[in-house]
Design a protein around this ligand. Structure first.
Ligand code: MTE
Ligand code: HPA
Ligand code: MOS
Length: 791
């Protein structure tokens, strides 16, 4: 072989006559799309049940806060079909399912019931119906204790579930005193039920000795493994947790699967029979945590140009009875209470309050949306106070690119594109002309009023719990050239498995069809992080790329030696593997490597660079980068009834160099709709006894097809690669678009404001249900009649 330089070799390679199917940046369909629609996709409840499987149901407390005086389960045990009943006394290990093993969240309540619905026992029966009927037969005597149900009551007690955090930038107190103008107010922000299509579910299959295999609908298989081991008092190594897919998680399966998994594992190991637990939808909604509701008190100093000079904000959150993820959730609220705005001077504090309600948890955005809603209210207040268009107030306060770019947590914003992004959306959506048209429409229509708003998003990407920012993957190549791909992330509909397969297909330059996407299991990739914080493809994509590169390096070294060419002459192309002048199939190379005794299995690992965080100081770089976006919403409100329709939404969203624009557009659309639902029709309502009364679709209103924007235009920002070295320069997309839904709240507020001549800030709280919209309209009319906003 003459000495050829790599450049000569490249010149020898014929121009690619084909592209691989499923390359990165291609709009490849979701790997299971056809199975989702045909019903062939297997969810936990579809897995063939082992012979002798027991069905498990939970017995729930009917008090919000009470001492348990007696628990009589005789009738439950004697009910038809019942095989076993278990309480806290039957747990071999710790009666604890708290996230991070915190010891504040029992599997079964022991002496004290902490919320209405608190599980007291589990009953296992031959059929699901028998288990359900038996669960209702328990006789419990309670001694009621004072129940703290909402934020106001919790503020009075001052009891927190986890330590609060404070962020400080500059001197907020002094800057507020010095500011030409100040104002203060409060916004109330409701919680949200996840309403995943597939409810929580777990199935356990006992093995020999201590072994147990679980199929669980969870975003966090490794934590389920730890919790089960801890409850059963067995080593982690005895527990295997497998997840092929979830029918949605949305954060609601980051920790909330622990209960169900621990319960079936207990039943399986105690009885020696397989066990499955799928709660009714009503029970699922009652006993799993939700998005935290917040009350945010704000004070803002500003000038007549609408420039914000200082903010002081207090974030009080209803956390429920246990910590769960409330610490990082309330932290993330503070990390997003600036949204895209430079405050100059800021003080922000969290108040993670304990209540006798279900323990609230992760939900898409993880506190960030609540922080951002508060930020947008502050901007809106300044707009009304100065008489400027809210869009102009937003723009004048955007972070700079070279200065005015330090956040309240002292991370410098280095990748800011919000200015040009909003300019592009403003032009594309024809914002200014539509503003005029809407003013004219409102002047001509006494009852129907239109509103328009453009709101921006800047969302920090990385887990704020730094150790979670790591991932692993495992790739096997079989001798027929097929590739078995496994990684630590879980598939919940977001398309993670498709994206990771695209990354691997690209490395080997093979069609994606050659890659077998396999169920996530703690047995293949250990010690994984939750698939959360939108980081699934960032972390697992890189880990899988590293595994593929390790294998490729071995194949290249082998082929170079075997066919006697320089390593640079071995190139993976869409036509096949070029080895010098030869063109071989991927399979031929793999087969030869096997015969040459080359290992065809590799792991890959990745950890996010650059990040660090000192929570006590409130300073550091918690995020590797930011994802940006903006939305314009237009609504029409019937001011006689408070009902409304969303007429049009235009979105421009930043995915860097998208790994898969089709999937990312789907995430943007779905996230927006979910955010809109949270801020409009989804209302959680507890009665005076602490019973959640909105525990079914009959009373809890998520967006339906008919609620979607009448015109819905979504574009991804073009030619805007991530400045950080992420997987193929893409950006995380899972959560950020949810916050585009804030535009609908502000469009509604704009329409409402028209009834008082846009002189009074409506202070429309969330969710802006038709009832709340109507009440706000009436309050605004009364305020206007009393002469407010005349000055
Ligand atoms: N998309 C679908 N279809 N279903 C889901 O449950 N969860 C969201 C988002 N998009 C979710 C979804 C949440 S809360 C997160 S954190 C991310 O997906 C997690 O996946 P990723 O990190 O791979 O984006
Ligand atoms: N986001 C989502 N889930 C998490 C985080 C986070 O920042 N930290 C711990 N779990
Ligand atoms: Mo998503 S709330 O980080 O699971």
């Amino acid at each position: 072989m003459p000495d050829k330089t790599p450049a000569d070799i490249n010149a020898d390679i014929p121009a690619a006559s084909r592209r691989i199917d499923g390359a990165v940046h291609d709009s490849r369909r979701h790997e299971s799309a056809h199975k989702h629609v045909s019903g062939e996709a297997l969810y936990v409840d579809d897995i063939a049940e082992p012979a002798g499987l027991l069905h498990v149901q939970l017995g729930l407390a009917s008090r919000a806060h009470a001492r348990i005086l007696s628990l009589d389960l005789e009738a439950v045990r004697r009910a038809p079909g019942v095989v076993a009943v278990f309480t806290a006394a039957d747990i071999p290990g710790d009666n604890d399912i708290g996230a991070g093993l915190r010891h504040d969240e029992p599997l079964f309540a022991e002496d004290v019931v902490q919320y209405h619905g608190h599980p007291l026992f589990a009953v296992a029966a031959e059929t699901r119906d028998q288990a359900r009927r038996a669960a209702g037969l328990a006789k419990v005597e309670y001694e009621d204790l004072p129940a703290v149900l909402d934020i106001a009551a919790a503020r009075a007690t001052g009891t927190l579930v986890t330590p609060p955090m404070t962020l400080r930038l500059g001197d907020a107190e002094a800057a507020l005193k010095a500011a030409p103008r100040t104002l203060s107010g409060r916004i109330v922000i409701g919680g949200q039920e996840h309403f995943y299509l597939e409810s929580q579910i777990a199935m356990a299959i006992p093995g020999e000795d201590e072994d147990v295999l679980l199929h669980v609908s969870t975003q966090h298989p490794s934590e389920v493994q730890h919790i089960v081991a801890h409850v059963l008092d067995i080593p982690d190594g005895a527990v295997t947790v497998e997840v092929r897919r979830m029918g949605g998680g949305f954060g609601g399966k980051e920790t909330q699967a622990n209960l169900f998994a621990a319960c079936v594992a207990l039943v399986a190991k105690k009885t020696g029979r397989a066990a499955k637990l799928r709660p009714d939808r009503d029970d699922d909604i009652r006993i799993t945590g939700k998005r935290h509701d917040f009350e945010v008190d704000y004070q803002v100093g500003f000038d007549d140009q609408g420039r914000i000079l200082a903010t002081d904000m207090l974030f009080a959150a209803r956390c429920g009875f246990a910590a769960d993820l409330s610490g990082p959730v309330t932290d993330r609220a503070l990390f997003h209470a600036d949204n895209c705005y430079f405050y100059g001077n800021a003080r922000m504090a969290s108040l993670p309050l304990k209540t006798n309600t279900v323990s609230n948890t992760a939900f898409r955005g993880f506190g960030g949306p609540q922080g951002m809603v508060a930020a947008e209210r502050v901007v809106e207040e300044v707009a009304f106070a100065t008489g400027l268009d809210p869009l102009d107030v937003r723009k004048v306060n955007f972070y700079g690119t070279t200065d005015r770019n330090v956040t309240p947590y002292h991370q410098t914003v280095e990748d800011n594109i919000i200015g040009p992004l909003v300019d592009e959306l403003e032009a594309w959506s024809d914002y200014r002309a539509r503003r005029q048209a809407i003013r004219a429409f409102n002047a001509a229509n006494p009852y129907l009023k239109k509103g328009l708003a453009l709101t921006p998003v800047k969302f920090g990407i990385s887990f704020t719990f730094t150790p979670y920012n790591q991932g692993g993957a495992l790739i096997h190549i079989y001798t027929d050239g097929s590739i078995h791909l496994n990684h630590g992330g879980t598939e919940m509909g977001q398309g993670l498995n498709t994206k990771v397969a695209q990354v691997v297909a690209d490395e080997f330059q093979v069609d994606i069809g050659r890659i077998r996407i396999t169920a996530t299991t703690t047995g293949k990739v250990p010690n994984t992080s939750a698939t959360a914080a939108s980081s699934g493809s960032d972390i697992n994509g890189k880990a899988a790329q590293n595994a593929a590169r390790a294998l490729k390096a071995r194949l290249v070294e082998f082929a170079a030696g075997h066919w006697n060419v320089p390593e640079a002459a071995v190139v993976f192309t869409a036509e096949g593997v070029r080895v010098g002048d030869r063109l071989l199939t991927f399979r031929e190379v793999v087969k030869a490597a096997y015969m040459g005794r080359i290992s065809l299995s590799a792991t890959g690992y990745y950890k996010t660079p650059k990040i660090h965080w000192d929570r006590a100081k409130g300073q550091g770089r918690p995020f590797l980068y930011y994802a940006y976006g903006a939305a314009v919403a237009e609504v029409t409100v019937d001011t006689l009834t408070g009902e409304y329709v969303v007429d049009q939404v235009d979105i421009l969203h930043d995915c860097g160099d998208s790994l898969n624009p089709a999937l990312d557009k789907g995430q943007v659309e779905g996230g927006f709709i979910q955010g809109m639902g949270w801020l409009t029709t989804e209302e959680l309502w507890w009665d005076a006894q602490g019973r959640l009364r909105t525990h079914a679709p009959s009373t809890y209103k998520i967006p339906a097809c008919g609620d979607r924007p009448r015109r819905f235009n979504v574009r991804l920002v073009q030619n805007s690669p991530n400045v950080e070295d992420t997987i193929h320069r893409s950006k995380a997309v899972g959560e950020p678009p949810l916050m585009l839904g804030i535009s609908v709240l502000h469009a509604l507020s704009d329409a409402v404001a028209s009834v008082a001549g846009h002189k009074i800030c409506p202070r429309l709280d969330a969710p802006a249900t038709p009832e709340r919209v109507l009440a706000t309209i009436e309050r605004l009319r009364a305020q206007a009649a009393a002469g407010e906003g005349m000055a």
